[in-house]
Design a protein around this ligand. Structure first.
Ligand SMILES: [Zn+2]
Length: 403
């Protein structure tokens, strides 16, 4: 009965006892022949290590543990190693079933719920996910890539970065690298190789020079595409520069103080404003015409980028660039030049149909994971979590079976 409750193949149950932390089930591998923990090759025995516990799944409120004193073997290649056990990965203190269940939950639930349900902390979840992803990452994910997107994400309160590459057609993450910028993306192209790099048709990215340089060097045939969010981000930055300049000119006056506090009212979409923010915005419209003009420019650009017909978008962007260049607002004059220079890359975003919601959905999901990853100790754990949740890794967890 215990063997069926434990539900792990390849082991023999020898006994069990209740302890304060749950039920300890004494087990041993069914196969008598000891194997190297590293390579799985049958090896002669060396000695027996102290008995160890592996955390297994719970039954109701009772935690199950597997207890076994593993043998140490003398491997021809690896020297003295602890033997392989059928219920757990080498060096893990958790059974495979436990790890699979944790990963399946982490794919679907938030951080707190996963930790509470499995009774482990978030760092441990990170370690388990890392081990599972290393073993199960699909090596074919870099095949048949045509339309990809590159983006950098900050984590650990903006001190560290990862670069994420998504396959826009299959809507999944295919590569994650530590760091940001040209060098990191070069590593992706190294892994992709020359032939597959030359099959790329479109690459979406931000307007910075770093990724552009890497793509021009390694996949010069690919159309560079600048997506809406990165263009809009530049407009938001221009608007914020104008606000700070105007507040600086007004100094410590009441008007200047009011501008200092109007940041969010200006940056948010008008339909998301709270009543107070709406009041702030109408105050800006009344008292500061330069800043209000900057706000109108930001909103107008957002409209231009939301068109689905390339021709209408082009007309709007042309008109916008003219308006911005005559606006007498330096940051927007500069932005109008950038927009003119890269107009074809911005219009490509609309004409390729990449402006649809599915791509945005994937990006939002990655951002959400990055935010919840603050507790992770390394970029490796975050990388694994992104692969797990957005890389399409299929998992079959030990869920209850109803006949
Ligand atoms: Zn070995």
């Amino acid at each position: 009965m215990l063997r069926r409750l434990v539900g792990v193949k390849g082991l023999v149950v020898r006994g069990a006892r209740f302890e304060s932390h749950g039920v300890e089930v004494e087990v041993r591998p069914r196969q008598r022949r000891a194997r190297c923990g590293e390579c799985g090759r049958p090896c002669p025995g060396y000695d027996t290590a102290a008995s160890r516990l592996w955390r297994h799944l719970s039954l109701g409120r009772t935690v199950f543990w597997l207890r076994y004193a593993p043998r140490r073997v003398q491997c021809r290649e690896h020297g003295v190693r602890v033997e392989r056990v059928p219920w757990a990965a080498h060096d893990s203190h958790f059974t495979r079933e436990f790890e699979k269940m944790t990963a399946w939950l982490a794919q679907r639930m938030d951080k707190t719920a996963t930790c509470r349900l499995m009774g482990i902390n978030w760092r441990t979840v990170g370690t388990l996910v890392q081990r599972l992803v290393t073993a199960r990452l699909d090596p074919a994910r870099l095949e048949e890539l045509y339309v990809i997107g590159v983006d950098e994400l900050s984590f650990r309160r903006h001190h560290e970065y990862v670069t994420v590459v998504v396959d826009h057609l299959k809507k999944r993450v295919v590569w994650v690298g530590e760091g940001k910028g040209e060098k990191t993306l070069q590593q992706f192209f190294d892994e992709l190789g020359k032939e597959r790099s030359q099959a790329l048709t479109h690459v979406t990215m931000d307007l910075g020079a770093a990724y552009r340089a890497a793509v021009e060097a390694r996949a010069p045939q690919a159309q560079k595409v600048f997506d809406r969010f990165h263009v809009q981000k530049l407009a938001n930055e221009a608007l914020d520069t104008v606000r700070r300049q105007e507040a600086g000119l007004l100094g410590g006056t009441a008007e200047g103080q009011a501008l200092k506090r109007s940041r969010w009212a200006l940056l948010k979409n008008p339909w998301n404003l709270t009543q107070r923010q709406g009041q702030k915005l109408s105050e800006v419209a009344r008292t500061n015409r330069r800043l209000y003009r900057a706000w109108l420019l930001k909103e107008s650009l957002a409209k231009g980028l939301s068109y689905h017909q390339p021709l209408r978008a082009e007309q709007h962007l042309d008109g916008w660039a003219q308006w911005a260049s005559r606006s007498k607002l330096k940051p927007f004059v500069k932005l109008s030049k950038t927009l003119r220079r890269f107009k074809h890359c911005i219009l490509a975003y609309i004409s390729t149909g990449l402006s649809n919601g599915l791509v945005e959905g994937l990006n939002n999901k990655i951002r959400l994971i990055t935010r919840s990853a603050f507790g992770f100790h390394s970029a490796k754990a975050l990388t694994a979590m992104i692969h797990l949740c957005c890389g399409g890794i299929p998992l079959t967890p030990p869920l209850p079976v109803l006949a």
